[in-house]
Design a protein around this ligand. Structure first.
Ligand code: ATP
Ligand code: ZN
Length: 885
């Protein structure tokens, strides 16, 4: 297989890439993170779809972040045909999940399959390797440098076997083996069934079924004849029993009739004596009824007198008439009673009203008196206030007099504030002047003193010359004059100050007087207000008293009227009382009469009832007598009948008839039970026959089955032998193939190893038939691969991969291999070994590996390459691009 072109859109760090590959060694270089590995991963994913994703990766991880769709197209050539695989991806905007929505496998531009799984199967078949084999053989992924040598023996065995297609043989062998085991199980089953079948046949034949069946059938015939004979015997016995039964039946029927007639006679006799008793009791009741009627009639005679009528012919009319009269008398009475109650109520109301009026009268009179008393007490207060007013008035006049004496007439009092202001101002001015002058005097005195001191020394205070007759002398004399002048002035000011002090004192006294007057006037106003309010109160009391007086006159008038109407009501009441007594009497009389009339009416009704009862009883007596006669004639008739029945019975022997019959009956029962026994036996025999017939049928079936089982057994034995042969064939084939491959691989391994490895530590590698990999030190000590250093492991891995690649490349029937791909193979290698790696790559090229694709930034690898690609990532767009160098 030859890789020709890879086109990528939105995969990992690539937005858009289109790169073509040639034969020979191609090195892809670039700084970390530029997108080298991404290119290899894109190829891998392009070929194998999602199965190529590393562990823990999902589709969306390889799609460039932010892209909504992506694609990989890988073009390659294989055995003269052009292939193209296109993978398309789509990202769901909401969930962020990606899916492989397009997967097409094309051969010579023609679509072969267009579904992910089918594409995968097609690639696998074409390359004769799956994704795991790909990474084990052609594509050495970055960081997976020692997977193969570190793998467990079993896994290594599987991986390499798979690569060499030997794995299939084991699979087939296993299939043949399990087929053989399955057939064996079937054989055992068939054997067991055959054995069971034979035992069943033997068991059945031992019981001699045909012989037994014949015996049973003969016995059945004998029994059937016996049953027929017993049947005719049974018929005869039955006829005899029936004829005896008829005779017994007739006899007992006659006997029954005679018994019935006897008991009827007895019944009739009981009835007759019952009738006699009834008649007796009816007669006694009639007598007592007649007596009651007499008593009621005589009571009515005296009641007629009460209601004043001759007889009871129209007693109903009488009662109605009296009831009407009684109602009208009762109405009259209740009318009068009501009138009297009304008058009583009226009187009570008037009395109440009167009481109320008296109460009002008392209230009004009381209120008048209270107000009059109040007026008296308030007038006393008024007098006291008037006196106070007079007193305060004269106090104020006195104060005005005092002010006048101090020189302040009433009008001038108002100007007190202005006057006081003026005086204060003057006082302040004088004080200022006094201070000023006294200071000046003090200064002059100091100056005079100093001059005096100098003069006493005889020197001029200004120039220090002799003073006699100088200007200084004259000046000092001037100062003395000035001082005297100032002292005089000061004295005048002090006299003025004394005068002002007197005036200030006067003003203070006048101010006191003004304050007292104002206070007194306030008091005066208060008192006057009180007086006005008291006078108003008195007026109010007087008008209230007048109102109350009017009320009293009115109430007294009402009281008179009320007393008059009470007297009138009392008069009316007397006549109402006598009217009521009369009405009561009338009503009483009528009630008495009504009672009597009603009593008569009830008596008459009772008499009628009793009479009716007597009539009914007498009818009963007559009826009873007739019944007695009838019963006696029936008794006679029954007696005649009994005589006739006695004749019919004659002298039949019932006992003997019954004994005969029971004899026949027991004979009959004997026959029946004998028949049952035979029947029972017959059905038993039938059942037995059925069972034996079943056995015979089963025997036939078992024989047929036996033939079948024998056939099957032969067939299974043949299949088993075939499977066995197949299994050993696959096993042998695999062992042979494996041995051959192991030999070849071991040889290649050591050849490449001695080519690649330059240090002096190890002599050779060995790969045993179980795929155990062992490295031997120079002195022959064996080492497991896991004990090697990281660099050594990298070397061994490269050696192993190249050996496998070579073995596969030359294996008969294997496919054209994909390019050998190495991702950063120099990591871990020292300079010397990098050099050897270059030589190894050369060797691979020389033995005919068409394409070798290496990702590396190692300069020496780049130097020895046929083609160099440089990968760069634009730091601004964060997208990788590839250019060739
Ligand atoms: N799904 C993605 N979307 C966008 N960028 C991605 C995605 N996956 C990986 N990358 C970026 O791709 C860049 C290239 O990674 P890659 O493994 O190809 O680098 P490299 O060239 O092999 O580097 P190194 O020499 O370190 O192995 C990384 O810088 C990473 O940030
Ligand atoms: Zn990398």
């Amino acid at each position: 297989m030859k890789l020709k072109r890879v086109r990528v859109e939105n995969i990992r760090s690539y937005i858009d890439l289109d790169i073509s590959f040639d034969d020979g060694v191609t090195v892809v270089s670039g700084v970390n993170g530029s997108g080298k590995s991404s290119l290899l991963e894109a190829c891998f994913t392009g070929l194998f779809g999602s199965r190529a994703l590393s562990k823990d990766f999902v589709i969306s991880d390889i799609i460039r972040k932010g892209a909504t769709k992506a694609s990989i197209v890988v073009d390659f050539e294989n055995q003269g045909n052009d292939y193209s695989i296109e993978q398309g991806y789509k990202v769901d905007a909401r969930s962020g999940k990606a899916s492989n929505n397009r997967s097409v496998f094309k051969v010579n531009d023609e679509v072969m399959v267009d579904q992910a799984n089918q594409t995968y199967e097609a690639v696998k078949a074409l390359l004769k390797m799956d994704e795991e084999a790909y990474t084990n053989c052609v594509y050495i992924r970055q960081g997976e440098i020692d997977v193969l040598i570190n793998a467990k023996t079993k896994d290594r065995q599987r991986m390499i076997d798979d690569l060499l297609q030997i794995g299939k043989l084991e699979e087939y062998r296993e299939r043949a083996s399990s087929a053989r085991v399955g057939v064996g199980r079937h054989q055992r089953e068939a054997d067991a069934r055959l054995k069971d079948n034979i035992a069943d046949i033997e068991g059945l034949e031992d019981s001699k079924p045909y012989q037994v069946l014949n015996g049973l059938r003969t016995e059945v015939k004998g029994i059937e004849k016996a049953i027929l004979d017993l049947g005719s015997k049974k018929e005869r016995a039955k006829e005899l029993i029936e004829s005896i039964g008829d005779r017994i039946g007739k006899y007992s029927e006659t006997l029954e009739q005679k018994k019935k007639a006897d008991s009827e006679i007895k019944d009739f006799k009981t009835n007759i004596s019952k009738e006699h008793a009834n008649i007796e009791s009816s007669r006694t009741q009639v007598d007592s009824g007649n007596k009651d009627i007499l008593a009621l009639n005589s009571s009515n005679v005296s009641l007629f007198g009460v209601i004043e009528v001759a007889d009871g012919s129209d007693i109903e009319g009488c009662v109605t008439d009296l009831e009407k009269q009684e109602i009208s008398a009762r109405d009259g009475l209740s009318g009068v009673v009501k009138k009297r109650e009304l008058a009583l109520n009226n009187e009570a109301a008037q009395n109440n009203f009167l009481l109320n009026l008296n109460k009002q009268l008392k209230n009004s009179v009381g209120s008048i008196r209270t107000r009059e008393e109040k007026i008296v007490s308030v007038k006393n207060d008024l007098k006291k206030y008037l006196e106070d007013v007079e007193q305060i008035g004269s106090f104020i006049q006195n104060k005005y007099g005092d002010a006048k004496e101090l020189g302040f007439v009433e009008d001038k009092l108002d100007q007190i504030d202005d006057i006081s202001g003026f005086v204060n101002e003057k006082q302040t001015k004088l004080h200022g002047k006094e201070k000023e002058i006294s200071t000046k005097v003090a200064e002059l005195e100091k100056k005079i003193q100093k001059s005096k001191d100098l003069l006493s020394k005889g020197l001029c205070p200004t120039c220090g010359q002799d003073l006699q007759g100088s200007k200084v002398c004259e000046e000092t004399a001037g100062d003395e004059d000035r001082k005297t002048e100032l002292i005089n002035e000061l004295e005048l000011i002090r006299a003025d100050q004394d005068k002002i002090k007197v005036k200030v004192e006067l003003i203070r006294n006048v101010r006191d007087i003004i304050k007292a007057i104002a206070e007194a006037e306030k008091q005066l106003l208060l008192k006057k207000n009180e007086i006005t309010s008291i006078e108003k109160g008195i007026e109010e009391h007087l008008s209230s008293i007048k109102e109350e007086n009017d009320k009293v006159i009115d109430i007294e008038k009402q009281i008179d009227e009320c007393k008059r109407s009470i007297a009138e009501l009392k008069n009316g009441m007397e006549s109402l009382k006598s009217e009521e007594t009369a009405a009561q009497e009338l009503h009483g009389k009528l009630l008495h009469k009504l009672d009597a009339a009603r009593q008569i009416r009830s008596n008459i009704l009772k008499v009628k009832d009793i009479q009716n009862n007597i009539n009914r009883l007498q009818d009963g007596v007559k009826n009873g007598l007739e019944k007695i006669e009838l019963f006696e004639s029936q008794i006679n008739e029954r007696k005649q009948r009994i005589l006739k029945l006695d004749e019919a019975l004659g002298d039949v022997d019932l006992k003997k008839l019954q004994a005969d019959r029971s004899q026949y009956e027991s004979a009959y029962n004997g026959i029946v039970s004998e028949m049952e026994v035979r029947d029972q036996r017959k059905s038993e025999l039938h059942k037995e026959i059925g069972r034996i017939e079943g056995d015979i049928q089963r025997l036939n079936e078992l024989k047929k089955k036996q033939k079948m089982l024998v056939n099957k057994k032969d067939f299974l034995a043949a299949v088993y032998r075939d499977a066995e042969e197949l299994e050993t064939m696959y096993l042998r084939l695999r062992v042979e193939l494996r041995a051959k491959n192991i030999d070849a691989l071991d040889r290649l391994l050591n050849e490449i190893f001695s080519f690649m490895y330059t240090n002096n530590a190890y002599s050779h590698i060995s790969l045993d038939p179980e795929y155990n990999l062992t490295i031997y030190e120079k002195d022959g000590t064996p080492l497991e691969p896991k004990l090697l250093s990281g660099g050594e492991r990298a070397i061994f891995n490269l050696v192993l991969r190249c050996a496998i690649y070579r073995l596969l490349a030359h294996a008969p029937g294997s496919a054209e291999l994909p390019p050998l791909i190495l991702d950063e193979p120099t990591v871990f290698l020292d300079r010397g070994h990098v050099h050897q790696l270059i030589k190894l790559i050369d060797m691979m090229r020389n033995i005919g590996v068409g394409q070798i694709l290496i990702v590396s930034h190692d300069e020496s690898l780049i130097d020895s390459a046929d083609h160099v690609f440089v990968v760069e990532k634009d730091p601004i767009t964060n997208s990788s691009s590839i250019s060739s160098k």
